[in-house]
Design a protein around this ligand. Structure first.
Ligand code: HEC
Ligand code: HEC
Ligand code: HEC
Ligand code: HEC
Length: 430
């Protein structure tokens, strides 16, 4: 009997072709997503301050960065409209009495507003140092390389202002040749080095958080370092949680201003987003980065890019949270609950500190009061206010690390009430 050879050959060919097809599809699927198939169109100079020049090569990243100009929407506790915190919360005028934040303190807004807003703040005086421009402009990486940070920090704000024309841009976060994320602020490099850390060895996922630490951190102007009066310094030598920061400032010792009513020597905290987030928050420990929530991937046809329209993730929750959480309305409802609890506790801690200030003021005016107890009350006021401000100046109303924020505020209330009791004892004792 003749065997039907032809059909078997056909079957063989079909099997081989199918295997090739499956192999090709699996290979294609495992390729990294395409970013943009075009080679660089123009060469960009190292540290080029003008973002529009980089934008020729990367139009999606450039145009999404420009969107931060038009963000005006507020959320319950955040958003982009630059409202006045002093009008919203008059207690701040008491807490910041005797220092510039008691005069002008507005909500932050989008990255491209940075230069306009720093030039417009009423906190500026004739002696304001150039150091204030350190987290505002893509001119900085070039200037730091040319002048060195010490000379930059020694320049007066009004003189340095002539060189500062570009707001935050590509050069603040990327290397122009490789497009890798980099540390551009010398103060961040020095602070990491002091902790024995080398950022060039960090993973890509770590850099998606560390790049924000160029600016979203607590810092101060060291009054006498490297022969400069206002040397930009991050207080992280002991570590970056609030107790370690407090320890650092005590050790230096450093004082921003004396409170006119309580007489305590205080330190102002500045936007410590990086420090609060990295103090063992759930998201940080799970390996989530700042960019995961604030710069979620967006599609443009076949291309996928990081959205450079950095703003409140609540205005963009589907993209910001939906990549990891199935139930986006559940997690955004959790944000509302967390922020409400943190803000209520924060308000109570403000009331406790103001009570302490008032009692210390009365006690200190009494010539018979025990000076040792007054000094102790003032030290407690300082510790309480530093902790309250760490949470209050942090821009997420506690969401970045709810447990830590509530722990810090509980300590704040305790310290403030202790300050109040000490001041009462100072006059009752005799
Ligand atoms: C898990 C998601 C998530 C991560 C990770 C995250 N954030 Fe946020 N961030 C939020 C949410 C939610 C808010 C609250 C927004 C609001 O109240 O409108 C917020 C608020 C902010 C704000 C204030 C925004 C505004 O509207 O005023 C800043 C600034 C900020 N984050 C910076 C950072 C930085 C820097 C990091 C990393 C150190 C980081 N965030 C990590 C979710 C995240
Ligand atoms: C070069 C300094 C710098 C870097 C780097 C930087 N920021 Fe900012 N950021 C600022 C300044 C300054 C503002 C406030 C601008 C204003 O109010 O004019 C701001 C504002 C914001 C806001 C508030 C926007 C709004 O509309 O309310 C968010 C959110 C934010 N940054 C998140 C991030 C994240 C996430 C990263 C890292 C991917 C990052 N920033 C990196 C300096 C920086
Ligand atoms: C505040 C910091 C910051 C600024 C300013 C910034 N970027 Fe980025 N950029 C990032 C982060 C974070 C990523 C994500 C990187 C990663 O995942 O490795 C990114 C990713 C990219 C990528 C890789 C592809 C992608 O979209 O994920 C390109 C290209 C890029 N940015 C171009 C630009 C250009 C062009 C500018 C200026 C118009 C700019 N960036 C400004 C932080 C920044
Ligand atoms: C890159 C992934 C990722 C993104 C993006 C992300 N989360 Fe999460 N989130 C996690 C992980 C992982 C956990 C840890 C618990 C778990 O495994 O579910 C978590 C936990 C939480 C929790 C519970 C926290 C706790 O302590 O119990 C809340 C609330 C939450 N996320 C809200 C958000 C919100 C709101 C956003 C968007 C602004 C967001 N997350 C974005 C990964 C993410």
């Amino acid at each position: 009997m003749n065997k039907p050879i032809v059909p078997w050959v056909l079957v063989g060919i079909i099997v081989v072709l199918s295997a090739v097809l499956v192999g090709t599809l699996v290979f294609a699927k495992n390729q990294p997503p395409q970013v943009r198939g075009v080679p660089n169109l123009v060469a960009v100079a190292p540290m080029e301050p003008d973002s529009a020049k980089w934008g020729v090569n990367f139009p999606n990243q450039y145009s999404s960065l420009q969107k931060t100009k038009d963000n005006k929407v507020d959320t319950t506790y955040g958003g982009s409209s630059a409202f006045s915190w002093l009008e919203r919360n008059p207690r701040l005028k008491v807490l910041f009495a005797g220092m510039p934040f008691g005069k002008d303190y507005n909500e932050d807004r989008g990255h491209v507003w940075s230069v306009t807003d720093v030039n417009g703040t009423k906190r500026l005086t004739a002696t304001t140092p150039g150091t204030c421009y350190s987290c505002k402009s893509s001119n900085n990486p070039g200037l730091w390389t040319k002048m060195g940070m010490a000379a930059y920090d020694a320049t007066k704000f009004s003189d340095l202002g002539k060189e500062i024309v570009e707001p935050i841009g590509c050069a603040n976060c990327h290397d122009a040749q490789t497009m890798k994320l980099i540390v551009t602020n010398p103060a961040l490099e020095e602070a990491l080095k002091a902790q024995g850390k080398d950022w060039t060895k960090f993973s890509r996922q770590e850099m998606r958080t560390v790049v924000c630490a160029n600016c979203h951190v607590e810092y101060y102007f060291a009054p006498d370092k490297n022969n400069v009066k206002n040397y930009l310094t991050f207080p992280w030598t002991e570590g970056a949680n609030i107790e370690q920061i407090d320890q650092y400032y005590k050790k230096v010792p450093f004082v921003d201003w004396k409170h006119p009513d309580s007489g305590a020597d205080l330190v102002k905290m500045q936007h410590p987003e990086y420090e609060l987030f990295t103090s063992n928050s759930t998201h940080y420990k799970a390996g989530v980065s700042c960019a995961d929530c604030h710069m979620p991937y967006t599609r443009d046809g076949a291309a996928k890019y990081s959205n450079h329209d950095v703003k409140s993730p609540l205005l963009n929750a589907e993209a910001a949270c939906g990549s990891c959480h199935k139930d986006v309305s559940y997690v955004t409802a959790r944000v509302a609950e967390i922020q409400k609890q943190v803000v209520t506790t924060r308000d109570n801690s403000e009331i406790a500190i103001i009570d302490a200030i008032n009692v210390i003021k009365v006690a200190a005016a009494n010539p018979k009061a025990d000076p040792k107890l007054i000094a102790e009350a003032r030290a407690l006021h300082r510790s309480a206010q530093l902790r309250w401000d760490f949470v209050a100046a942090e821009n997420s109303s506690g969401f970045h690390n709810p447990e830590e924020a509530l722990r810090i505020l509980a300590t704040t209330i305790d310290l403030a009430r202790q300050a109040q009791i000490k001041a009462m004892q100072a006059t009752v004792a005799q």
